[in-house]
Design a protein around this ligand. Sequence first.
Ligand SMILES: C[S@@+](CC[C@H](N)C(=O)[O-])C[C@H]1O[C@@H](n2cnc3c(N)ncnc32)[C@H](O)[C@@H]1O
Length: 229
Amino acid sequence: MILNRSIIIQRLINKFDFKTYLEIGVDAGKNFFPIKADRKIAVDPGFRFGWLKKLVKAIRYPQNFRAAYYKMESDRFFETAAAKALHNKPLDLCLVDGMHEYAFALRDVENSLQHLSDGGVIIMHDCNPLSKEASYSWEQWQTDKCAGFWNGDVWKVILHLRSTRQDINVFVLDCDHGLGIITKGKQEKPLSFSPAQIAQMSYDELAANREAWLNLKPAAYVYHYFSLE
Ligand SMILES: C[S@@+](CC[C@H](N)C(=O)[O-])C[C@H]1O[C@@H](n2cnc3c(N)ncnc32)[C@H](O)[C@@H]1O
């Protein structure tokens, strides 16, 4: 089976009886709607669906009748709405898949960590760009009229967390454009870059140091790490 974010998210929810699922960056809801969890929260300033699709998806997947939708940027969500959206309970699982730029994605992870339960998991999409174009800034991507899949420089968040936080473990699964996995606990292989160094790094440097910098693991490592059967 080819692993992707949707499969892994649902396996984790089922295995650990996770109650709360937050998705930052939902787009058309391709991943969000089918996920089964007690409390689902969607955050996106530009959902690509309206009330009719929400209703149709709730009829098809009844867990969506209780889903909460926040049409706003993630920074505003965390500032104004997160505690209420979570009913002041801890967050069990979060998919960070909003604006794919270093500073934005880093804030999303750090804000999610503030709410994360002790056994909770953050999954960050797009951590392993396979071409220079895919890792462009959004501005460059648009200027060059690139087509295909844009990952941005989310990969820098992995280096930042591995260099600055000793209270979380971070690795990237080699599937689905690179799934960053962040859990509480001891960092298995810390790095020692400063944020200023990371900001200056290029795609070519990533390409030359991919395995070590991303702590890249084969996709099947997820079974071992979380004891999934
Ligand atoms: C790649 S899509 C998300 C795909 C979705 N998670 C999935 O798996 O199907 C990225 C989404 O992030 C949203 N986005 C952009 N900036 C954002 C921000 N600051 N906060 C939250 N979402 C943002 C965009 O509107 C877009 O819908």
